[in-house]
Design a protein around this ligand. Structure first.
Ligand SMILES: O=C(CO)[C@@H](O)[C@H](O)[C@H](O)[C@H](O)COP(=O)(O)O
Ligand SMILES: [Zn+2]
Length: 188
């Protein structure tokens, strides 16, 4: 496949995502994030592999800055502390590395944003179970249908594809949009 074809396929998936993921669902995600962050409640973000880097990317935009000068926003990445991840996975289980941190940092009124292209990564699914127990709003960014996360998430943003890298590319577009809108509404 040529790079041109690859780019055109990626563009087609973005177009399909714009149709499949309704503005109403995206607005609901923005509203939940803004409500939490303006109340100084934490936004927790997690994912595995490429989605772990996405979780770091999102929290970097919000703690630091995206496009505007404004106050810091309380966004915490659950995928980026190797001591916590390795100790807990080594002593207990990898399946609970994120739920343990939701227990530590989560609070009623906060938000959990989980990224999983399959929607079936058990550590992300268990983090959503813990978020529900605590009384947090949960947002899942997934591939088509949402997998197991579809039944757990309050708000599902599912990219209509089964290709992990293609879904991740659409996730970047989605979360940059979320960051831009959240930053605009949390400007002061
Ligand atoms: O970045 C990639 C593929 O593009 C991989 O590292 C990928 O994120 C890993 O295989 C993940 O473990 C996949 O997990 P998930 O997206 O199904 O939750
Ligand atoms: Zn990748």
């Amino acid at each position: 496949m040529s790079f041109r074809t690859y780019c055109l396929d990626s563009a087609r998936l973005l177009e399909a995502t714009a149709t499949h993921v309704s503005d109403a669902r995206v607005e609901a995600a923005i509203d939940a994030m803004v409500a939490a962050l303006t109340a100084n409640k934490a936004l927790l973000v997690c994912g595995n592999g490429g989605s772990a880097s996405d979780a770091m990317h999102i929290t970097g935009e919000l703690v630091g800055r995206f496009l505007k000068e404004r106050r810091a926003l309380k966004a915490i990445c659950l995928s980026s502390n190797p001591a916590v991840l390795t100790a807990w996975a080594n002593d207990y289980s990898y399946e609970t590395v994120f739920s343990r941190q939701v227990e530590a940092f989560g609070e009623p009124g906060g938000v959990l944003l989980g990224l999983s292209t399959s929607g079936n990564s058990m550590n992300v699914v268990k983090a959503f179970e813990e978020a529900r127990r605590i009384g947090m709003t949960s947002i899942a960014m997934t591939g088509q249908g949402g997998g197991k996360l579809a039944a757990q998430a309050d708000i599902l943003l599912d990219v209509p594809s089964r290709s992990t890298p293609a879904i991740q590319q659409a996730h970047i577009c989605l979360y940059h949009y979320l960051c831009e809108m959240v930053e605009a509404r949390c400007a002061n």
